[in-house]
Structure formats: structure tokens, C-alpha cells
Design a protein around this ligand. Structure first.
Ligand SMILES: *Cc1c(COP(=O)(O)O)cnc(C)c1O
Length: 404
């Protein structure tokens, strides 16, 4: 997609290509043709904007939406205006607004014993049957009912199901190491999930949707797709991790382009330290460019560049003159610096791209992607896009204007 001119005086922007989100979901449906697809739009759609991302995912064939928190679920329900699309919320704490969630027709998760009676009370208060997904811990040791608690929780859920207070519509779990294909824990978790399914069956509970696959399992483990897959990061166009290769390999393309406009371009002498702490020193008379984004905008300070290692990558210029430079010195709260080199022809106002829709410079692309920034900062692409700051305006685009 060609981006609109960036001349509104804003220092930075994140353009979100909603067609890419739609197309990524289509591609993911192709990877899991026999399963329904729940697009995960938690954390403001991994930083892309929850509602636009949700609409684009539905246009691509998602039929479920998933979020982490009650606040996200209620905002999604209120903003989406699509009562026909089931929404699941999975990270709840005691005192969560169960009645409000049930009244809003949000599917709620029981992931710990305390939640059973709170869901039941919420359903009674709302005057309607709660739709419940039971989340079991199959080896992640994070959220989910522990193996030892399962028989009691299932017994109680079966009783409330029989009473008509709630309906157990789903059973799910989450994988610990799906981004490391072949990791032995994946098969162990799959076996534990099958066992949990039997425990429910023995109690007369036969949930319609069993789901286990995140992005990595959606892309690499067709045997774990079950009734529904639950991808997040791949919806936004990223490979779940370096071991799975570049996104293009799976027909995915990153949806977000993060750009800034140079605030100043100026001459600096050889041997001059650059930015806080003088982590970087010029080796020749050169030209530096000021990029008006920093960790206050989500640019990781760990991607500073200097003696300790190369900084995060930034694409400067277009066409013949396009090149990828590395952050020179510390990433500050609001700004960072590039060493544009002697004779640089850039000027203030020129656009630079921190990351965009590509397989990444690590895979030979001319424009960096968020995985390149993750590599430079020692983190994952998820954190790069999700932490993009509120200060950066999101500009949502679609070719026909039908998604934004
Ligand atoms: C975040 C999350 C997902 C999506 O995971 P990705 O690795 O982004 O695909 C799926 N299920 C649960 C329970 C999650 O918390």
C-alpha cells in the first residue's frame, strides 16, 4: 500500500494497513482450513488499535475475537456493534465484573477454582446463562486450572451446567514453547489437553470449541488446530519468532509502518560524542540527523547503538538513495540520533522509517521490521509493536476505505 503524504507537522506516526490484517487472517485461515479462527486483539490489538484491527480481522474471516481483560472485552463489545461475533475474555481476577460481562454476552473463562462461583453469581445477577470456557493448565504453569484442581472444578461446573446457570461452551489451554518447533513440551501439553477433555467428558461436559493453538501452533502444528485457532501476532503480520523464519514464508506481511520526520540535520566534527553518555563517537566529520522519537514512544532504549553493539535500524531516504542506518548512541525519551555520513543529502522534514511491512533486514529486506528492532533490543516483535506509545498517532488505512 502506498502511504499518504506525511506533511501534517506531526513528528511521528504509525500507519496501520488494515488490508494487511484482513489478508493475514485470510492466510491464517488457509493454514487452518478446518478450524474457526479467533483473532486475538488484546493490548489494543497489539498496539494497532483494537477496534479497527477487530473489524479487519472479521473481514478476513475471523469469526471469534479474544482479549485478555474485562475492560478490553467490554470496550470491544461496546465499540464493535456485532452481537453475532463471540468475544472471549481469559484473564480475570476476583471481583471481576462477571454480571456485566455476561449481560454483554461476553464468553468468560474459568481459569482458577475461585472463578466458578463468581461466574455463577454473575450469571444469576445478569439473569442469563453464562457462556464459559474452561482454561486448563497443561504445562505452561501460568493461567489455567491446575491438574490437581481439575476434578473439583469440573464437578462443580457440571452441576451448574445441569442447573442451567452456565453453559460450558469451550475448553482451552495455552502452549509454552510453540515457537520452538519440535520442543518436547508441545506434545506433552497436547497429551495433557486430551486427558482434560476426557475428564470433562466423564462428567458429561462436551464443549463445542476446544482450542490450543496460538500463532506458532497455527503455522506449524495442524494436528493441534482442533475446533478453533487463536492467533495473535501473526494477525498483525509477524512470524512468532526467529526459529519460524520470516513472515513472508507464511503469506503474512506486517501491518504497521512506524515513521518519523527528521527534526534537524547538521554537521558534527570527527571524534565527537553523540547523545547521552557519549556511547557513540563519530569517526569522521559527518552529518547527523535528529529523529524525534524515543522510549517515550516505545522505541526501546536497549536498542541504543555504540561501543556495546549496533543500534536499532532505521531506513533513510527512498529509491536509489535509500539505506538502513543504525541508531547512533543512546535512545532518549523523546529522540534519537542517526549518523547520516559525510555529504548526506537529507534535510529536516525528510521521512525515516523505523519499521514497516517487510521480512526485515535480517532477511535481506531494504526496510527494517519490528523483528529487527526486537533483535537489536534483545526482545520479541510482540513487545516492539505493543509498547508503541500513546503519543504516536495511529493512522488506519485500507485501499477501498472500507475497513477504516
Ligand atoms: C496472547 C494469547 C494468544 C495469542 O498468542 P500469539 O503468540 O500472539 O499468537 C493466544 N491465546 C492466549 C491465551 C493468549 O494470551
Amino acid at each position: 500500500m502506498t502511504l499518504p503524504a506525511f506533511d501534517d507537522g506531526a513528528p511521528a506516526r504509525a500507519v496501520v494497513d488494515l488490508d494487511a490484517i484482513r489478508d493475514n487472517v485470510r492466510a491464517l485461515r488457509g493454514h487452518a482450513p478446518s478450524s474457526a479462527l479467533m483473532a486475538v486483539v488484546k493490548a489494543d490489538g497489539y498496539g494497532h488499535g483494537m477496534l479497527p484491527a477487530a473489524r479487519a480481522a472479521l473481514a478476513g474471516g475471523a469469526t471469534w475475537l479474544g482479549v485478555a481483560t474485562a475492560g478490553e472485552a467490554l470496550a470491544l463489545r461496546a465499540g464493535l456493534g456485532r452481537g453475532d461475533v463471540p468475544v472471549l475474555v481469559w484473564l480475570l481476577t476476583p471481583g471481576a465484573p462477571f454480571a456485566e460481562l455476561v449481560a454483554a454476552d461476553v464468553d468468560v473463562t474459568v481459569a482458577a477454582p475461585w472463578a466458578v462461583e463468581e461466574v455463577a453469581a454473575g450469571a444469576r445477577a445478569a439473569g442469563r446463562v453464562a457462556r464459559v470456557h474452561l482454561k486448563v493448565d497443561t504445562g505452561l504453569s501460568r493461567n489455567g486450572v491446575a491438574h490437581g484442581d481439575l476434578p473439583d472444578v469440573v464437578r462443580r461446573l457440571a452441576a451448574l451446567h445441569a442447573e442451567g446457570v452456565l453453559q460450558v461452551v469451550g475448553l482451552f489451554s495455552h502452549l509454552a514453547c510453540a515457537d520452538e518447533p519440535g520442543h518436547p513440551s508441545i506434545d506433552r501439553q497436547a497429551a495433557a489437553f486430551a486427558e482434560a477433555t476426557e475428564v470433562l467428558g466423564a462428567a458429561g461436559l462436551h464443549p463445542q470449541v476446544r482450542h490450543l493453538a496460538n500463532s506458532a501452533a497455527t503455522l506449524t502444528r495442524p494436528d493441534l488446530h482442533l475446533d478453533l485457532v487463536r492467533p495473535g501476532i501473526s494477525v498483525y503480520g509477524f512470524s512468532p519468532g526467529p526459529l519460524l523464519g520470516a513472515p513472508g514464508r507464511y503469506g503474512l506481511r506486517p501491518a504497521m509502518t512506524f515513521q518519523a520526520r527528521l527534526g534537524a540535520v547538521k554537521q558534527v566534527a570527527a571524534g565527537q560524542g553523540v547523545s547521552y553518555g557519549h556511547l557513540y563517537t563519530t569517526t569522521q566529520d559527518t552529518v547527523v540527523g535528529l529523529v524525534p522519537v524515543g522510549y517515550g514512544d516505545g522505541v526501546p532504549r536497549h536498542a541504543s547503538g555504540g561501543s556495546a553493539g549496533p543500534g536499532g535500524p532505521v531506513a533513510v531516504g527512498t529509491g536509489e538513495r535509500a539505506r538502513v542506518l543504525r541508531v547512533a548512541g543512546r535512545v532518549c525519551m523523546d529522540q534519537l540520533v542517526l549518523d547520516l555520513g559525510p555529504g548526506a543529502r537529507e534535510s529536516a522534514g525528510d521521512v525515516v522509517t523505523l519499521f514497516g511491512p517487510s521480512d526485515g533486514v535480517a532477511h535481506g529486506s531494504a526496510v527494517p521490521n519490528a523483528q529487527d528492532w526486537a533483535d537489536a533490543a534483545g526482545t520479541i516483535s510482540y513487545e516492539i509493536v505493543t509498547r508503541l506509545g500513546a503519543r504516536v498517532p495511529r493512522v488506519h488505512l485500507s485501499r477501498e476505505g472500507d475497513l477504516s
